[in-house]
Each structure stands twice: as structure tokens, then as C-alpha cells.
Design a protein around this ligand. Sequence first.
Ligand code: SAH
Length: 408
Amino acid sequence: MHTIMNIVPQIEIKRLAIKLRPIGEKMVKKGHPWVFADSIIKQNSDGNAGDLAIVYDKKANNIIAIGLYDPVSPIRIKLIQFKKAVQIDSKWFQTRILESYTIRKPLLKTDTNSYRLIFGENDHMPGFIADVYDTVLVVKLYSHIWFPYLNDIIPRLIDQTGCTTAVLRLSRALQTSEKTYNLYDGQVIYGILENEVVIFREHGVLFSANVIKGHKTGYFLDHRDNRKHVGLISKGKTVLDVFSYAGGFSVHALAGGANEVISLDISRQALKMAEENAALNHHSGKHSIIVADAFDGLQKLINNGNQFDVIVIDPPSFAKKELEVSKAKNSYARLARLGAKLIKPNGTLVLASCSSRVTSEDFFEISEQNILKEGKKYTLLKKTYHDIDHPITFPEGAYLKCGYYQVT
Ligand code: SAH
């Protein structure tokens, strides 16, 4: 049986016929999901958010892609379907969602009940995120284009995941918009949310997320595999988790048998979550917190003569704009050097970046050069990228990279 829902009133959508400049057309034919406003050379009428933009080959006049029109974004069309002309309806979304679910199946065979089912462009739904925490589905929208389709999509997500509750989260831009059809950030759009703090499992380790007030959808799922790995190497070790947020790495380290773990973050609230998450799991190691700016906090630990067997440094994105890239690289360099100073001989330094504007090549190069600049040597143990529930289908979709270095 199909779940039927009326989250939004019926929103009329038009079909727009679009033609592009040669460069834009070439990108579309390669499967890139973005069409910038300045590459549109023909459009048969004005468009509203979510109108179906049918892109035609300039010469041959056949359909090359279908997207959703976004009048307020420089990325004017977000493509969802390539090559073939198809009907974008409830059935199309059902097939789309099933394909995404199939990619995640191996992960769901592990002791994990939290995953990203829809990862925006990478699952052919630009600006649409769907995360599952146990039986709670959290949908986060970054664009108006999705409102006309919510009545088709949300029930299909519910049917596919078996979730009993759905929460809607809206990006900051949408929260201040008037065109949200009375939907609001943190709204429970299906079922009952008994507690806004939801408990879930990640490779056998328990965590909680505040799905109403937490960052993004409440938690960062992308590092799952790295956290598991840190858990596996932490037995009997001292571990420092810098930019710990809710303790993703710290709690895996504790559950993995670490003797002592320090979570360091600038946010006291995040560290409170880290403590609560640690308390959800059986562990005998000591957990302490440091509320500090990472650069100051690391320098203080160095001044005190502290050293750690395992150090994880996973900062927020330092380059949200192109202009910030060189400053971001400088910050990565400083963090690598601070980490190299604090690591015990033969310890493992784990350096991560989630800035999509800093390439993985540049990030690894910066990390490695700066370990060397500290007069240390390293063995590269491994480089990792996104976990499988964050597939990458276009260059800008890749943001996460993580290097493991044994430092001597
Ligand atoms: N490692 C985490 C995710 C990190 S998110 C995980 O595995 O889930 C980034 C975190 O950096 C946030 O918790 C934020 O509070 C913190 N942060 C931002 N700027 C900081 C700074 N200058 N010093 C320390 N922490 C900072």
C-alpha cells in the first residue's frame, strides 16, 4: 500500500523549453547537474520555482535533460534527469529513491541504522537531503524547487525506509523566505516525534541527534567509516578529538577501548552532546572535554607537554567562498603542524577536510609538507573519502578527504 500525504497544496508547474550555449550544452551532455543562468540562450516563458525545465539540443532539437527551474539562484536549472525524456511523477521519484536505497544496502547490512538516503545532486535531487536516524526521516531542503513535489516524494521516502516519523528542515535562506507554503524549519510532517533527540546506531555504537535543532539534519554521517576505523585503532590508547562536535570520533574511540579521550570544540553545547553520546555506550576509558578555539587549545596542550597516541583533526569547512581558499590552506597547514607536535612517536595523526574548494591533492600535499616541516617523518597509512551513503557523481560533489599518518 502506498502512503498518501498532503503536505503542500497543489502547486501548478509549467514546462519550459530551454536551449543553452555550446559550453553549457556540453556540460549537460556530460551529466553535470548545474545550468547557470548565463548559459541559457532560449527560454519560451518566465519560470517559477520548480517548473520543469526541458533542455533541448540546440541543433538536433531532441531532449537532452530535464531539470527544475530556480529563478532566485545563479544555478538557474538543477538537472534531475539526463538523456531520456520521461514523466517526472510519483513513479519517477519511487524509482529514483529505490536506486539510491540500493546503493546504501551494503551499509544497512552492518549494525547501523542511520544513513543518508538522498545526497542532493549526487542522487539526482539537487538541494534535497534525506537522512534516516532509526525510524525518523529528516528531510532538509536548500531550494524552493522542491515544494511542488513534496506530496509525491515524502510518501515514497517513508515507504522505502519504513520510517514512522518525518521532520522537515529548511536551509537558512528558506527559513526567511515567504514562499514556503506555511511549512517551517523543524516541522513534523508525518507521524509523531516523541523526543527531538533521536538515538541511533553507527557500526554498533550509539549516538543521539537533535533532529530539530542540530546542525544540518542533526549529525554528520559522512565520516562514519573513518570513525569506525578510529575506534578500531584506539584500544588502550590516548586520543585527542579536535573539532569534536557531538563526539563522533571520541565516542568510537571510547567504545573501542581507549584509555583516555579528550574532545575539544569551541561549542560547549556540542561538547555536552559528546558527553551524552559517550554515556550511551559502555566504556571504561576516561572522557574529558576542552572548550576552546582549536588553535589556542592545541597550543596550550603543547605548552603543557601533553602527547597523544591518536589525534583526529576534523575542522568545519574553512573555504565557504572561493576568496577564502588561501586562508583555508593556511589553516590546514597550521593544524597539521600543531597535530605533528602533539603526537607521540609512532602515533596516528588523522587529518580531515570538508572544504570542497580545496582539492584532495592540495589538502594531502599541505598536510604532508607540514608534518615534515615539524621535523617529523610519516608513513601514509591510508587516504579515505566519503562513506558509501555519500556517493559522488560530479566534481563539486566531492568535499570530504581524510589522511591517516603514522608520525615518527
Ligand atoms: N568531527 C565532527 C564534525 C566536526 S563539525 C564529527 O565527526 O562529527 C565542526 C565543529 O567545529 C563544530 O562542532 C564547531 O563547533 C567546531 N568549531 C568551529 N570553529 C572552531 C574553532 N575555531 N575551534 C574549535 N572548534 C571549532
